[in-house]
Write a protein that binds this ligand. Structure first.
Ligand code: HEC
Length: 146
């Protein structure tokens, strides 16, 4: 663990171990993901806002569902929990060139010149979701079975 991280029970974004298909084997937080919390984060415009791009048939509560990304119906059958964790944390590791935002990434964005000027702009950026929110959303998506 990086010594500067205040929450020892979480894996910091820069310490996450992705495998070669973009999956993350180890949970990012000690507390297991809560699918009910994840369902809220999924549709909450201030946090996950997954609903802006994705649709889930069962979510009749959502006023608007997006179609930029694929329907997530059955995503819990298509992907393992480890793969879902990798997709939610940093989708570009699974789908290169994806327009899906990296939810748990604070640095390493391509900005040529930074390494030379030492001016890294605003990095490290705050992650879009924290470790527990990632686990909660992953737990929720894993429940989506055909
Ligand atoms: C800006 C649009 C956008 C947002 C926001 C977004 N995604 Fe995606 N997502 C995509 C696209 C596009 C894909 C298809 C993969 C690709 O890019 O080729 C995808 C793929 C996925 C997949 C794999 C789909 C499958 O069934 O094969 C999952 C799971 C997923 N997203 C979950 C999420 C979750 C959870 C959130 C919110 C935390 C989220 N996405 C937010 C655009 C988005």
């Amino acid at each position: 663990m990086a010594s500067a991280m205040p929450l020892a029970a979480e894996t910091a974004p820069q310490d996450v171990a992705y495998d070669d298909i973009g999956a993350i084997a180890e949970p990012l937080s000690e507390t297991a993901g809560n699918p009910e919390e994840g369902a809220k984060i999924y549709a909450d415009k201030g946090t996950g806002n997954c609903v802006a791009c994705h649709a889930i048939s069962a979510r009749t509560d959502a006023e608007f569902q997006g179609n930029i990304g694929p329907s997530l119906d059955g995503a819990g059958d298509r992907w393992s929990v480890e793969q879902l964790r990798g997709i939610v944390a940093d989708a570009k590791r699974t789908f290169p060139e994806s327009m899906m935002p990296s939810m748990y990434k604070t640095a390493g964005y391509v900005r040529p010149g930074d390494a030379f000027t030492g001016k890294a702009g605003t990095e490290p950026l705050p992650p879009l979701l924290n470790a527990q929110q990632i686990e909660d959303v992953v737990a929720y998506i894993a429940t989506l079975k055909e």
